[in-house]
Ligand binder design. Structure first.
Ligand SMILES: NC(=O)c1ccc[n+]([C@@H]2O[C@H](COP(=O)([O-])OP(=O)(O)OC[C@H]3O[C@@H](n4cnc5c(N)ncnc54)[C@H](OP(=O)(O)O)[C@@H]3O)[C@@H](O)[C@H]2O)c1
Length: 275
């Protein structure tokens, strides 16, 4: 039974690959750039581009279970091709923003395309990735040991990418997940100040929190290279967590038998990335 992992070089996908390989499953990994994919030797690496569905045909041949990285523009075609190729089960990397009703255009269309195939499906809906702390705060942490953020009372529950992958791997490997929607979060609801303290503990260094206005936080992100719509999106969900804290789900523990990793653990795993 071959497993095809799309997004295999991504932060979640690499862990999915490793978990499947560790379970002894035959893994085929899709990437647009096989030469630089740096995937384990046990993996069959194939070229393909989700934006060009026909390019996926060789990768889909003989596949029974598919981990699908979300690309809404071609999801309907990709899901149809997967069904025609004989795929039986699709696990979608989605987003808990769908649950919250704040993501009508990106992840939900992918989920719907997969549901329409009539194949077994499971939707994995993570909340905010802990990795966002690196992309948004990483440079000021590395440069000055400071986190500049708006909305100090916003409460998030950032999730370790390895835990998102563990849930996806369970849905790929085990039976009993057909038609399930798995919301995935970190184990703790944390204000921004608590997040900064967790990062400091995991990184083993002192960090300072400095509240800035939303406009200044936006300008910071744009200066770091975030496109304006993404900066606005990030600020909007941070603002929404002031009145409505991010949900904490027990999915990781329920499915894997061990607690979800804390933000401090995530930071410890990523010390090198913050240098
Ligand atoms: N950040 C968050 O807080 C958050 C929260 C909820 C959900 N999510 C979802 O998680 C996703 C990120 O997952 P991740 O961190 O594992 O990925 P990632 O590290 O951003 O890497 C992107 C992956 O997608 C692959 N990819 C991108 N475009 C492709 C295309 N046209 N054809 C084939 N492969 C393509 C890349 O493969 P190659 O470059 O090797 O081809 C790479 O493996 C987001 O896009 C979002 O949908 C994120």
């Amino acid at each position: 039974m071959t497993f095809l992992i799309t997004g295999a070089t991504g932060s979640v996908g690499r862990h999915v690959v490793d978990l499947l390989v560790a379970a002894g499953a035959p893994v085929r990994a899709l990437t647009r750039t096989p030469d630089s994919a740096a995937l384990p030797d046990a993996v069959e690496v194939v070229a393909g581009d989700l934006l060009r569905p026909d390019s996926l045909l060789p990768a889909l041949t003989g596949v029974e279970r598919l981990y699908l990285f979300p690309e809404p523009s071609t999801a309907a075609q990709v899901a149809r091709l997967a069904a025609q190729a004989g795929v039986r089960r699709i696990v979608v990397l989605s987003s808990d923003a769908v649950t919250e009703g704040s993501d009508p255009d990106h992840h939900r269309p992918v989920e719907e395309a997969v549901e329409r195939t009539g194949l077994d499906w499971t939707h994995v809906r993570p909340g905010e990735f802990a990795a966002n702390k690196l992309s948004v705060w990483g440079s000021s942490i590395a440069d000055a040991g400071v986190v500049r953020a708006a909305y100090p009372d916003a409460v998030g529950a950032p999730v370790h990418e390895a835990d998102v992958a563990a849930v996806a791997a369970a849905a790929l490997l085990e039976d009993g997940h057909a038609g399930a929607v798995h919301s995935v979060s970190g184990p703790e609801a944390l204000t921004v100040g608590e997040q900064v303290r967790s990062l400091a503990a995991g990184l083993g260094r002192e960090l300072r929190f400095e509240e800035v206005t939303p406009a200044a936080a936006r300008a910071d992100m744009i200066e770091q290279g975030f496109p304006e719509p993404i900066a606005d999106y990030i600020l909007a969900f941070q603002a929404s967590w002031v009145d409505r804290p991010a949900a904490v789900h027990d999915t990781v523990e329920r499915l894997t038998g061990r607690p979800a990793r804390t933000l401090a653990q995530w930071a410890a795993d990523h010390r090198a990335d913050f240098r």
